[in-house]
Design a protein around this ligand. Structure first.
Ligand SMILES: Nc1nc2c(ncn2[C@@H]2O[C@H](COP(=O)(O)OP(=O)(O)OP(=O)(O)O)[C@@H](O)[C@H]2O)c(=O)[nH]1
Ligand SMILES: [Mg+2]
Length: 197
């Protein structure tokens, strides 16, 4: 996918304050530091469009980007970061919850999981809750460049098996690396497939 224009629209603390639009929207969520903002930059081929950091807890609001004047990407704060205060975690939790509950133009939520580690309870419970709420979802395993192929396959299956204990069917599952750009074509082709013809 060629990205001709990528614009930062703004940041909001509450879904209710966000501009309403019917443009198809794709949001990125996952634990702090999993690589949400980096993936947005990789997919849009714009380093620095979404702010990244090696310190977890960088993204603290709902950030909206408009691509090719046509579709929107949303960079969300991470969940489950122990070092932010309990109050702040609650604020992030509500931000995410109401965004997911009320955003009418959300076409797909990409849930990012770190492929370097075994399935994490917080990821599984988040994914299960989204499934229960009927949120259209796809999984993206991140930081694939850090793993050998065998480890990658093993960790991906471990996540799939954990989900298959609860669900009969798995959501689409992509592998990505912001470093090598692995997964870029597959993710864009999936996004295009969800758009109205
Ligand atoms: N090797 C490698 N590092 C990555 C990859 N994606 C992200 N990182 C690194 O992981 C760290 C966190 O990346 P971010 O994109 O800021 O993560 P985030 O999920 O947006 O984090 P928060 O906004 O804090 O929730 C940064 O140091 C990135 O350079 C990847 O695919 N490969
Ligand atoms: Mg971020």
């Amino acid at each position: 996918m060629e990205i001709n224009t990528a614009e930062y629209i703004g940041s909001w603390q509450k879904n209710a304050d966000m501009p309403h639009t019917e443009k198809p929207e794709f949001a990125f969520i996952g634990r702090s530091n999993v690589g949400k903002s980096s993936l947005i930059n990789m997919l849009t081929q714009r380093n620095g469009l979404a702010k990244t950091s090696s310190t977890p807890g960088k993204t603290q609001s709902i950030n909206l980007f408009l691509l090719n004047k046509q579709i929107q990407f949303v960079d969300l704060p991470g969940y489950g970061y122990a070092k932010v205060s309990k109050d702040q975690r609650e604020v992030f939790g509500k931000m995410i919850k109401y965004y997911l509950r009320d955003r009418m133009n959300l076409f797909c939520l990409f849930v990012l999981v770190d492929l370097r580690i075994k399935p994490q309870a917080i990821d599984l419970s988040f994914i299960n809750e989204c499934g229960e709420n009927g949120i259209p979802m796809a999984l993206i395993g991140t930081k694939a460049d850090k793993l050998k192929p065998a480890e990658l396959a093993e960790n991906k299956s471990a996540i799939e098996n954990a989900l298959l204990e609860v669900w009969d069917e798995l959501p689409p599952f992509f592998i990505s690396s912001a470093e090598t750009k692995e997964g870029r074509e597959e993710i864009w082709s999936f996004i295009k497939g969800t758009l109205p013809k």
